[in-house]
Design a protein around this ligand. Sequence first.
Ligand code: ADE
Length: 272
Amino acid sequence: MEIDVFTLFPEAFAWFEGQRHVANALRLGHRLAYVNYRDHTPLSAGQVDDTPFGGGAGMVLRVDVVESALRARYGRDPTELRHERRVIALTPGGTMLDDALVDELAGERALTLLAGRYEGFDERIIEHFASDQVSIGRYVLAGGELPALVVCDAVLRKLPGALGHDESALEESFSAALGGAPEYPHYTRPAEWRGWEVPDVLVSGHHERIRQWRLEQSRARAGVAAGRAARDGEGARGGGAPGGGAGDDGPPQAPGGGAGGGETGSGTGPLP
Ligand code: ADE
């Protein structure tokens, strides 16, 4: 897999490449590259953003700057690019990242991640260049770098060989192997600490009973999580960002995605 991250702060990713699963993935031939918008701006003095039309706070990443950076990287009109690879704009209102979406992205040959800054993107970037918008949560960060890191981390650790022993990515929280439920609890030595004991079954050596116990624990946690979500009035995974209707050359249907905002599927459908 090759992942290109478009950002104003490529240095934010330096430590990340030292993480074991990332280093493993890179050693296996996967690729992470960064494009700094500022290196490709057609404007003077490295300008990349501007004040919003209509007034308001903050600065908006310019469409001409993003087009120039995409053209420099891929050598073609960026409106065509999203038909060939997922071009993901990281936005707080995008499709919520979850395990199913991570699995879907990990199955792609190539990803382009667009990190915004300041007030975000000129909407035309999302309308005309992006195939998807992805959010890591319903809160606003100062930029798309942390969300891009989250996407890269979650996707790269799914790639065969990245974790060193592949089983650990199979049976983990929210995976299909656990029916989408949170993972069961783990314990390690010491078997007793301050009177807190490890459940007997885990030290019984009885593999089938351990498997059953873990499934039960996982299901019980799913029940607790569902109860919490119901109490909090949560449960629905949100779809695309407010505003930003697709233009005439609107984005293609993302592979494998239903319409954003549903409770089923990974919700990586067309932008709203
Ligand atoms: N950019 C700013 N906040 C974000 C979020 N929560 N998810 C994705 N991108 C963002």
